[in-house]
Design a protein around this ligand. Structure first.
Ligand code: ZN
Length: 355
């Protein structure tokens, strides 16, 4: 029903009924009636609301109603409910477009996610968390090398990755949920690549470790350990750094960050976890990082953010096979048709199509 859709869009934009009323030039009472399906808005009113809410009018008529299940926020307590709603609304909108496209494609080229077979059932130590990370790498045929495109790696295995622009401050720390049985992970669009990748690997860790950890293990610590081990397997870390070190040069860490997509701080944690740095050596490193104010923003060239590509590829696939027309393709990509036509002529293909 259109009422639920109006409400969903309003919540997603963080507006109260009164805010929307003021923005769209209608009364709050009228909005309440629309949302409760007691009255149907005219096309003029729909247009005004779509402008005020920043959605297309088609949005109000879409049938799909999805829900995010098993939502896990890494720092849920610090984010106001209003902003959480906004992020959820943004993500739901993206997922809906995805589901629409999947319905259009005759055979879905998107794999269904399944857990790798033979993962250890009871994980009793953080060393065993590392073993799980290695098993996942093995079953996904990733070998031991750096993972060049993390988002692509997940999408290929049926995990949907979305990005949200709503917040790029420190408080939003990634989101994982289930939609119709498919795992969904959301990261900030403008985060540096290493932050995106660590969050993705952390959420992947939750997914792989669920119901396996014995009580004495802390779930968050285990997910972090998984993330480190998945991005840089122990053997690789030792190969790069050696078995025992008293100090790691920042330049070394910066090079490794760009090779493995794990932050410099991530490398210090990794080196401590693996005993390459002992406690006092690690403390020295952290003191140095803090005194240089490198804990929040690392020195050197930042790692560029990654972008999901699968959805866009599939839109062009559907267009090429005449399953959709240009206006539908533009709608799915949330792009004005004029821009879409330019894009179709492959102007700045790389940057525009996949940004
Ligand atoms: Zn977590």
């Amino acid at each position: 029903m259109i009422g639920e859709r109006i409400q969903q869009a309003r919540k997603a934009s963080g507006l109260s009924m009164r805010d929307l009323a003021a923005k769209a030039g209608i009364s709050a009472m009228a909005i309440s009636k629309y949302e409760n399906n007691k009255n149907t808005p005219s096309s003029g009113v729909l247009l005004a609301m779509s402008k005020a809410l920043g959605v297309r009018t088609e949005y109000f008529f879409r049938q799909a109603k999805i829900e995010l299940k098993e939502v896990e926020y890494r720092k849920h307590s610090e984010l106001p409910k209003k902003i959480l709603n906004k992020i959820e609304g943004d993500v739901i909108e993206q997922i809906e477009r995805y589901l629409q496209l999947e319905e259009i494609l005759p055979t879905s080229p998107i794999k269904t996610f399944s857990l790798p077979k033979g993962l250890m059932a009871n994980v009793e130590s953080y060393i065993e968390v590392e073993k799980i990370a290695l098993s996942v790498r093995k079953s996904w045929d990733l070998g031991c090398n750096p993972i060049p495109d993390f988002i692509d790696t997940l999408e290929e295995r049926g995990i949907k990755v979305f990005q949200s622009n709503i917040l790029h401050d420190d408080k939003f720390d990634g989101l994982a949920a289930q939609v119709n049985g498919t795992p969904v992970i959301v990261v900030g669009k403008e985060w540096p690549g290493d932050r995106q990748r660590f969050t993705l690997a952390h959420e992947l860790g939750h997914l792989m470790l669920a119901n396996r950890l014995t009580e004495q293990l802390d779930e968050e610590k285990a997910a972090n350990r998984f993330a480190g081990a998945f991005l840089v397997p122990a053997a690789e870390a030792i190969k790069e750094l050696g078995e025992s070190r008293s100090w790691l040069e920042p330049v070394e860490l910066c090079v490794l960050k760009h090779t493995y997509g794990l932050s410099m701080r991530g490398w210090i944690y990794r080196a401590s976890d693996l005993g390459i740095l002992n406690q006092s050596a690690a403390r020295k490193m952290w003191d140095y990082f803090r005194s240089n104010e490198w804990v929040k923003t690392e020195p050197g060239e930042p790692l560029p953010p990654e972008r999901p590509k699968l959805f866009k590829q599939l839109v062009f696939h559907a267009l090429a096979e005449d399953l959709i027309g240009e206006s539908k393709a533009a709608e799915l990509l949330c792009m004005p048709i004029v821009n879409f036509r330019k894009l179709r002529k492959v102007s700045n293909c790389e940057q525009e199509a996949f940004n």
